[in-house]
Design a protein around this ligand. Sequence first.
Ligand code: AMP
Ligand code: MG
Length: 283
Amino acid sequence: MTTTSPVPIPEALRFRAGDKVTDIDPGATPGFKGSKSDGQQLQEERSARLAELQELLYANHKAADDPRSVLLVLQGMDASGKGGIVKHVVGAVNPMGVRYTAFGKPTEEELAHHYLWRIRRALPPAGHIGVFDRSHYEDVLVVRVHNLVAPEVWGARYDEINAFERELVDNGVTLVKAAMFISPEEQKKQLLERLDDPTKHWKYNPGDVDERLRWADYQEAYQAVLDRTSTDYAPWYVVPSDRRWYSRLAITELLIAALEGLDLSWPPATFDIETERRRLLDS
Ligand code: AMP
Ligand code: MG
């Protein structure tokens, strides 16, 4: 079975200057040639690898004071599958080492602060994988589309976000920014499923239809995010998300690549193993 193509998934998904959001095929599976069941089989193997890498990250912090962390930023329209990534991809690793935060409409307290205030408070501690289900990018997406602040205000945020992310990287945070793209047809199908299934009503928000009506505005806002905030130190990855098995595999691969880039190994014992063995056996 040769399911991976010559281009690894992360490389195939990396946003490149000049790429257009309108050219994205949300049903594509870049970097992977296999079927859904091939993808699901590979997902299982790769989830095990991800879990091992996460344990390495955690172990290095615990035993060797390694200050590093990884931050997964998930952005995408409603029903693009962010929740599924949390459940199926992040769910495969030990929750002990995960810091998950969902960013909804800011509370009154949050609104009284700078928009990065709530973001800073949610950053992953050393040794952890942080997961942002939406993020500071909402402040140049929903905020831009709905003119929640003046254009000069959101317009200044791209550079500010770049500076903020530079600071994170300098402090040992590896950012994995995944922009999940679904087609309007797939979104309609997913939202209809939520209406048809009483166990999914809790996920349905009438406001999702209003956002859906602003599709073109969101496309434009996503284009600006990609154009202006995909940097060499914190690049964006464009994840086609109509096929959920693929987006899950893709984000698993993005996380694996980020963690492998940290070049982690098991921290050596800080005690004498033979002495400890003898003490234990004699106890
Ligand atoms: P959900 O992720 O489905 O729980 O929805 C969260 C909602 O909060 C979405 O409609 C977001 O657009 C909205 N939201 C998140 N961050 C902001 C923000 N900074 N300003 C306004 N709305 C936001
Ligand atoms: Mg929602």
